[in-house]
Write a protein that binds this ligand. Structure first.
Ligand code: ADP
Ligand code: ADP
Ligand code: MG
Length: 516
């Protein structure tokens, strides 16, 4: 067996029922979420972690755990080679990359594959094509997928680009081809701003992605962000698991997601779903993936990009379809064919997810750090919390400040909204400023309830003063503190907002309600 090559191993992985032990190259809620499904499938799990995550639930949950290095991602979770070494040492035969970090890194995917380890995700080729918004557009154009009017190549000649922009009609959007996470995107209102905005987009793209290629897209007014979950196997079968409505966004980042979309009719669902399948076909896709579309006020839809990984908001799709998407990913990685057909898929009820961030909604969503002094999750019928923290833990500053995802599943959209309000009310987080109240504001807003909203929802309807209870109470507390200080009385040290304080504040509020 001297000539045993990595390639041979790969073939065995494809043929045999491999994936007996997988490493999750991620942290927090998604690492835990992946390991839970693996455990249910009888698969052993390996966690990796940074020094900041020593006490994280995902580390304790895994069968084995390996320290990667210091907290910064580039010294820990992004160390692809080191992660591959760990796999070899521990005889791991598959890597699940989660989302973010190495999940959309084609070079890593290739190296994993070359090492004879199964990458639980798509091929490196598919990641490469879809990783570039321009390459993606070019690939899908041949498959009859509607595209937003715009340039097909990166801007090289400013004067030519200005002419194109004028032809498309302002406002236009300048976008980074390598973009992600809402970065490298600039709206240009008129030709006078073009050059300046383009340079800013290029600068942002260069520093965030190391690639300053930008292009022009028509800025769709009153846009809705609707995306389609797809699953494909290695035998060419691709299905769509319906859409997710993700129009409630802040700085192009999703805040609330739901499935199905309240505005999509069954006919449109079929059309947009089939378009998503075509996008997947354009890159011979296998695994779980998401095709994002922008939808205008006439319900015309256009392809935006494809995310070649499990998405943050995948649970809403799981709730309405009954599928465990991680298990499906693992089965696909084992070389199994999809066990169902498009016609067999049904939507059951309605699901909504909110992203609970350690950010201050009353102060421009500034990330907050600190210890989760109180951390009590809501419970009961139709409620799911995906998180990676426990009471007493500290939210590290090094990573995405998401505390958890709160997901509810109801019989109808209205039912899901009521459930979400209850769940938010019963979720107790103190010690760290968070977006729960902000999310409640969104969910209870008439425009959200009506389903008639676009990506400008937050900008249009939200202002910090609307989180009235807190705001008034904070002002009241501030007033009381300053009065006390004036009286030179010793006060308790100012703390971050806690619900204990809040309930006290509520009493103060009651007491002064006649003053309004
Ligand atoms: P989703 O549609 O799943 O919400 P996001 O764009 O919010 O996708 O990204 C999901 C995660 O991936 C976030 O943690 C985000 O910080 C990270 N991410 C997104 N794009 C990139 C990128 N190009 N490079 C590194 N991390 C990224
Ligand atoms: P990213 O890789 O950062 O996720 P996307 O192309 O998916 O980039 O766009 C992110 C968000 O920006 C969309 O969800 C949408 O809100 C907004 N957006 C993108 N393209 C357009 C467009 N052509 N017109 C209006 N809004 C857009
Ligand atoms: Mg996107």
């Amino acid at each position: 067996m001297g000539s045993f090559e990595a390639g041979d191993l790969q073939i065995i992985t494809k043929k045999g029922k491999q994936l007996k032990k997988i490493l999750v190259a991620n942290r927090g809620e998604i690492a835990l979420r992946v390991m839970r499904s693996a455990r249910e499938m009888g698969i052993k799990t390996v966690a990796v972690y940074s020094e900041a995550d020593r006490n994280s639930p995902h580390v304790r949950y895994a069968d084995e755990a390996v320290l990667l290095g210091p907290p910064p991602s580039n010294q820990s979770y992004l160390l692809g080679d080191k992660i591959i070494e760990v796999c070899k040492e521990l005889e791991v035969d598959g890597i699940h990359p989660g989302y973010g970090f190495l999940s959309e890194n084609a070079i890593f995917c290739q190296k994993v594959t070359d090492a004879g380890i199964k990458f639980i995700g798509p091929s490196p080729e598919a990641i490469t094509v879809m990783g570039s918004k321009l390459a993606a557009k070019n690939a899908v154009a041949k498959f009859n997928v509607p595209l937003v009017p715009g340039t097909e190549e990166a801007i090289t000649d400013i004067e030519k680009a200005k002419t194109t922009a004028a032809e498309i009609g302002f406002p236009i959007l300048i976008k980074a081809s390598a973009g992600g996470g809402g970065k490298g995107m600039r709206i240009v209102a008129n030709i006078g701003e073009f050059e300046e905005q383009m340079k800013m987009a290029q600068g942002e793209a260069r520093s965030a992605f190391g690639d300053d290629a930008v292009f022009i897209e028509k800025y769709v007014t009153s846009p809705k962000h609707i995306e389609v979950q797809i699953l494909g196997d290695e035998h060419g079968n691709i299905v769509y698991l319906f859409e997710r409505e993700c129009s409630v966004q802040r700085r192009h980042q999703k805040v609330v997601e739901e499935a199905p979309s309240p505005v999509i009719t069954p006919e449109l669902r079929k059309k947009i779903g089939e378009s998503a399948v075509n996008v997947a076909k354009a890159c011979n896709y296998y695994g779980a993936g998401t095709v994002e579309f922008i939808v205008d006020d006439q319900l015309n839809f256009y392809f935006l990009e494809m995310n070649t990984r499990l998405q943050v908001e995948h649970p809403v799709t799981e709730m309405i379809t009954g599928f465990d998407l991680v298990k499906e990913q693992i089965k696909i990685a084992r070389g199994e064919a999809l066990s169902f057909k498009q016609e067999e898929l049904r939507i059951n009820g309605h699901a909504i997810e909110i992203r609970v961030y350690a950010e201050d909604p009353t102060n421009n969503f500034l990330p907050d750090i600190g210890t989760l002094v109180t951390y009590k999750k809501p419970e009961g019928n139709g409620i799911r919390v995906d998180d990676g923290f426990e009471e007493g833990m500290t939210i590290p500053i090094y990573y995405d400040p998401m505390i958890s995802k709160l997901i509810v599943h109801g019989k109808t959209r209205e039912d899901a909204i009521h459930k979400m309000v209850r769940a938010i009310d019963e979720y107790k987080i103190t010690g760290v400023k968070n977006t729960l109240k902000f999310c409640k504001f969104v969910i209870e807003h008439e425009q959200f309830k009506s389903g008639k909203f676009d990506t400008h929802f937050v900008q249009q309807y939200y202002e910090p003063s609307l989180l009235s209870v807190e705001k008034e109470d904070e002002m009241l507390v501030a007033a009381m503190v300053s009065t006390l200080l004036l009286k030179n009385v010793k006060t308790p040290s100012p703390n971050t907002e806690t619900s204990g304080e809040l309930s006290q504040k509520s009493n103060w509020k009651k007491n002064r309600s006649n003053l309004r």
